[in-house]
Design a protein around this ligand. Sequence first.
Ligand code: PGA
Length: 223
Amino acid sequence: MKNIWIVANWKANKTIKEALDWLEIVGPNLKGQDNVKVVVCPNFLALSEVKQQVLVNSYPMLVGCQSLSRFSKGAYTGEVPAEYLKELAELAIIGHSERRQNFGDSDEVVVLQAEQAKSQSLKVLFCIQDFATPIPDGIKLVAFEPIFAIGTGNPDTPQSASEVAKAVKQKLGTQTEVLYGGSVNSQNVLSFLKQELLSGVLVGKASLDPQEFLSIASQAFRL
Ligand code: PGA
């Protein structure tokens, strides 16, 4: 049975309290199912508290970070290195288009970030914006997120996402798991999850509301 990843990317949203309120609703209502990997990616401030609550309550979910430093620990003011994130997260989103556009995460920088993540055994969820985005060596989990679809309410078609997944698998190997992201919500998620070549979704805006997110995740459990 293939894995299905349902990844919540909260971006720069939620106070610690809002994060914990969300978790209190979502955590107890998630079914544990081996092949369904539910991941929540809070901002750095909420990461520690979210991780603690997930552990204490044994919620069937993983915790991820949305970025990390390209450097290891040391004299890098303002940075958060993989060495410390690994205690709080199992997964790291790298190469998101918002990072590329606003924070100078170039193709060269994301390679370094991926190396840092891997050196600390953080699973990399590597975002590509189109088929041509270079993918660093050793990446096994990719999210295809076309820029026109992010936060616009205008998702790509499942067929087009599948085409990109096919191309990625041809390039990196059939074991590579490819997710789709961009305006996924409870109304359209099933059309993406039903695609044989897709292994889940990366959800931004629609992941912020706990009921909406539960409704998205529950469709993965029913497949
Ligand atoms: P969206 O964001 O679901 O709000 O379109 C997805 C993402 O940027 O990961």
